[in-house]
Design a binder for this molecule. Structure first.
Ligand code: SF4
Ligand code: SF4
Length: 106
C-alpha cells in the first residue's frame, strides 16, 4: 500500500487545495483526509472490478465506502455536495494514479 500512498502524495496531494505550495497537507491533526483514510479500499475496488470504467468504480465507492461513511446520511453527503470530500473531488486523479502504479508507469 505504501507505493500507492507515495504516488497519491506526489500526484494528488500536489494538486489538492488542502496542500501547500510544496504539496504538503495542511489539514490539522483533528481533520481526516478521506483519500488517505479510504485508499486501501479504493485500491481494492479497482483491483476487484472487471472493468476500467471509472463510473463503475465511483458507483462502487458510493455503495461500499460512502454508504458506511459517517458523513453520509440516506445517500446524501454534505461534503460531496460542497465538493469538499477529497475522494470525490479528485477521484479521476486517484484512479489514474493507482492504475499508473499498477502498470509501472510511476
Ligand atoms: S487533504 Fe488529502 S489529498 Fe489533500 S493534501 Fe491532504 S492528504 Fe493530500
Ligand atoms: S463523499 Fe462523503 S460519504 Fe463519500 S467518502 Fe467522501 S465524505 Fe464520506
Amino acid at each position: 500500500m505504501q507505493k500507492y500512498a507515495k504516488a497519491i502524495k506526489e500526484n494528488v496531494c500536489a494538486i489538492c487545495v488542502d496542500s501547500d505550495e510544496n504539496g504538503n497537507c495542511t489539514l490539522t491533526s483533528g481533520e481526516t483526509c478521506a483519500v488517505q483514510h479510504y485508499l486501501p479500499r479504493i485500491v481494492d475496488i479497482i483491483h476487484n472490478s472487471e472493468t476500467d470504467d471509472i463510473q463503475i468504480y465511483k458507483e462502487k465507492v458510493h455503495q461500499t465506502i460512502c454508504a458506511n461513511c459517517k458523513t453520509e446520511e440516506s445517500g446524501y453527503c454534505h461534503l460531496r455536495e460542497d465538493v469538499n470530500c477529497s475522494v470525490d473531488r479528485y477521484f479521476r486523479y486517484i484512479v489514474e494514479t493507482i492504475q499508473n502504479v499498477d502498470e509501472g508507469i510511476i
